[in-house]
Design a protein around this ligand. Structure first.
Ligand code: ATP
Length: 240
C-alpha cells in the first residue's frame, strides 16, 4: 500500500506541494491529473526518495521511504522514456536488471514475464535500439513482473503510444493490479486515466483539488470537472 501523508515540498522558497494526502491500496490504480507544474512528478520523486519532503511522509506498506530503504525492493518505477541498455536485447536487459537487484532469474522466468506483457517472441533477441516506445515499456513492465513489485509508479506512460499500444498497456497494468500491485500513475491522458483508474486525483499548484472515485464516471464528467477546476471555466460553456 502506498500513502502520501500531509506532504509538503518547496524549491527555493516556492511551495510546490501543499499538504498532499492520499492512499493507494493493494490492487488499486490511482491516477494524478493536473496542469504542467502541478506537482505530479515531484510527488513520484518523493516516493522514489529522489527528493526529501519538507514535512510529511511518503509511505510504502507503512514504511517511510526517507527513513528506511527496505521499501525500494517493493517498488518499480516506469519513467516516460524507459531507458534500458540499447545494445542489449530484452532478455539481456532483464537478466542485468535482475542481477543489479540481487535476483536470480532463469531465462524461462524472463520469457514468462515477457509473455505477460505480450512482447513478441521474435523481438526478444533484438537490441533495444530497434524497439518502439511501447516495446521498451513492455520490457520495463516485465521487470516489475520479475520483481513481483507491490508498488508501481508510472510517469506519463501513454504519451507517444498509438491507440492500440495504449489499449495493450491498459490491459497489462490491469493485470498487475489484479495480482495485488498498488499503482500510481501520472498522466495527461484522460482516456487512459478514465479507463484504468479506480480513483483520479486532480492537482493544481501542489494541491489535490479533488479525488474522484471512478466507478461509472462518464469521461465527459471527468473532463468537465478537470477544466472547471484547473481553468475555472466550464468546457460546455466554452464550446456553446
Ligand atoms: N528540482 C527542482 N528544482 C526546482 N524546481 C523544481 C524542481 N523540480 C520541480 N520543480 C518545480 O516544481 C513545480 C512542480 O513540478 P513537477 O515537475 O512536479 O510538475 P508536474 O505536475 O509533474 O508537471 P508536468 O506535467 O509538466 O510534468 C514546477 O514549478 C517545477 O518548476
Amino acid at each position: 500500500m502506498l500513502e502520501a501523508k500531509n506532504l509538503n515540498k518547496s524549491f527555493a522558497g516556492k511551495q510546490v506541494l501543499s499538504s498532499l494526502s492520499f492512499t493507494v491500496a493493494a490492487g488499486e490504480i490511482m491516477c494524478l491529473l493536473g496542469a504542467n507544474g502541478a506537482g505530479k512528478s515531484t510527488t513520484l520523486n518523493l516516493f522514489l526518495n529522489f527528493l526529501q519532503p519538507d514535512s510529511g511522509q511518503a509511505l510504502i506498506d507503512g514504511v517511510d521511504v526517507h527513513l528506511e530503504d527496505s521499501s525500494k525492493h517493493k517498488l518499480v518505477y516506469l519513467p516516460e522514456q524507459v531507458n534500458l541498455y540499447q545494445e542489449f536485447n530484452a532478455i539481456e536487459n532483464l537478466k542485468y536488471l535482475a542481477c543489479l537487484s540481487g535476483l536470480r532469474v532463469t531465462e524461462a522466468q524472463i520469457h514468462a514475464a515477457l509473455d505477460e506483457t505480450g512482447l513478441d517472441n521474435s523481438a526478444r533477441q533484438q537490441n533495444l535500439k530497434s524497439y518502439s516506445k511501447g516495446m521498451r515499456q513492455k520490457v520495463g513492465i516485465a521487470f516489475a513482473v520479475i520483481r513481483q513489485a507491490k508498488v508501481l509508479l508510472l510517469d506519463e506512460p501513454t504519451s507517444g503510444l498509438d491507440p492500440s499500444a495504449t489499449l495493450e498497456f491498459i490491459r497489462i497494468i490491469e493485470q498487475l493490479a489484479q495480482k495485488g500491485a498498488a499503482i500510481l500513475m501520472v498522466t495527461h491522458d484522460f482516456y487512459c486515466a478514465h479507463t484504468l483508474s479506480d480513483k483520479i486525483g486532480i492537482m493544481d499548484q501542489g494541491r489535490l483539488l479533488t479525488l474522484l472515485e471512478n466507478k461509472q464516471l462518464p469521461i465527459s464528467t471527468l473532463e468537465e470537472t478537470y477544466h472547471e477546476l484547473i481553468s475555472g471555466k466550464s468546457l460546455l460553456r466554452k464550446v456553446s
